[in-house]
Design a binder for this molecule. Sequence first.
Ligand SMILES: [Zn+2]
Length: 277
Amino acid sequence: MAHVPLQDLHAAADARQSGSEPLACFEDALAEALVKWFKPNFFKWVDPIKCPVCSQPMENKGHVSPTPEERAGGGHRVELYECETGDGGTSRFPRYNDLRVLMKSRVGRCGEFANVFTLMLRAVGLRARYVWNAEDHVWFYYSPGLGRWVHLDSCENARDEHMLYDRGWGKKMSYVLAFSTDGVRDVSRAYIQDWDGALQRRTRIPEAELTRALEAVTARRRFGRAPDELARLEAEDVAEAEWLRTAAAQSNAENLEGRQSGTTEWIEQRGEDGGSS
Ligand SMILES: [Zn+2]
């Protein structure tokens, strides 16, 4: 992980903790320093794709098959772009999953950001979760000395703003699942204020069946762990269940903004500008 300026991040976290408004613990400050550094300095958001000839934003022409080289890098889906001005400019955007490729290319949208940022969190010594949302934005948590998992979004430079998508963007979400080596948890309730409304959208699987499936995955991942570790994880589960029950209602959502990543047109198309459309 030679790319990560660990010393600078630690120095920034130390400065935060010895300043006038320290966070709850050093891990919090380190995560904050990492999320502030990541997008401006390391990973580039690629939208829109610009024409290599005239530099104008290009039109997305849909998906094409990857070349052998793209496939070797794990790019199974390739977006094709063409310039509308007729200058012949085209570009391909392979959506890579392979972390080694992403660490070199350092470009992507939400999916790539999430993959690489989860790796970064683990690289600086924080516990990370990969969070999947059925409506396609993905983000992540880390575990601080706060005694709970905290929301962190490297696309939006946001920390501990779990109502950002529901209240800030006006996004209608259904399922939000958090994955880690310790199992998978349904954390949807922390992200959705109108839970009755969410239940109407949660039609993919009966609720009891989903609960059983997640418990089965978690049990498999924890199989063979030491008793004291299992006890610690179960205590975390109980504390999280309690937090999930009240998190959405307690969130201070007054200062949340519309989506920051992507162009204005793209955000409006997706209805994520915070408007009521
Ligand atoms: Zn062009």
